[in-house]
Design a protein around this ligand. Sequence first.
Ligand SMILES: Nc1ncnc2c1ncn2[C@@H]1O[C@H](COP(=O)(O)OP(=O)(O)OP(=O)(O)O)[C@@H](O)[C@H]1O
Length: 347
Amino acid sequence: MALEFHDVGYSYGTAPILTGVTLTAAAGQVTCLLGASGSGKTTLLRLAAGVLAMQSGRLCLDGDILATGRSSPPPERRPIGLLFQEGALFPHMTVAENIVYGLDPRGDHGSIVAELLEQVGLPGFARRYPHTLSGGQQQRVALARALAPNPRVLLMDEPFASIDMVLRRSLRETVREVLAQRDCVALLVTHDPLEAMMMSDHIAVMEAGRIVQADTPDRLYDAPATLGVARMIGGGTELEGMCVGGLIRTAFGDWSVRSEKVTDGPVRVIVREAPMELRATEEGGAIVTDRRTLGLDVILTLKAPGGERLRVLHPRVKSVPVGDRVLAMPETRAVHLFPPESDLISD
Ligand SMILES: Nc1ncnc2c1ncn2[C@@H]1O[C@H](COP(=O)(O)OP(=O)(O)OP(=O)(O)O)[C@@H](O)[C@H]1O
């Protein structure tokens, strides 16, 4: 089972917001829409929900058409559950009444409520009212409510954003555990790359209304298609370099790297904040100007003669003292190259 977007476009008035969005979100996985504010994530989720009517393209579930530009059923006629930033529970209803709200009122849903409350970590909360619950607990109830009708698709828009950091981690774990027991499509919107990595099996990175790369977290980190994706997933120090016959000349040394993306000439380089060999040198190289302890590792800042800076993760036991002069030799997989026209952000 899968939810598929085919060539979806959307405009608010005359302003195009989504262009040619094609994406498959498979059942049994969490798929994430990740992108900066304004990139169109929520618009795409709203089209899937039916809150916004499709204008162009096709939305299919399990191969069947769910919506097109000509026919776009409202949310209540789609087999979906919704979870938003604020759970928006009905304040005058108990937890149990909130959970069964979308179910057939004639049925006895006691066992469903008990089972869902158990799954979301709130056993015994059925008779409580929303105002007696913390924000995190309310969000757990909202999750149970979204899942009660056993939807084929669960759509989540920044569902952890208003929960404090400590509770967020356990709520994320609960959501993953609950979803692992179901075979539904789960689509999550977030602007937080770490959250996307923690939660998802598959991430679609959005920029300006387009999907620039959709892949597993590992592949996005190891083979980012654009500088924007590399920044979003993993980040690192950005440098200018010169590609000369398989070598990249940088302010920190000449590195041997493989890339089909660039030809000889100037390149943009992103160097992951990863462990790398530091060779002591008497001349040239860079000076270690700062050393911050993270635990078993330290972050060293290297300063090149031209003022460029490179941050390097290094085992504390092998740490190089501030003031030493070194050549930095990153592993090939820690260096990514992009065409020179990619805009450079230096820090
Ligand atoms: N109702 C609306 N009318 C006009 N423009 C809108 C409307 N809703 C959103 N937009 C615009 O559409 C673009 C995409 O918005 P959208 O909310 O989909 O982005 P997003 O990636 O989810 O951003 P955020 O993370 O800030 O929610 C933005 O430029 C936004 O200003």
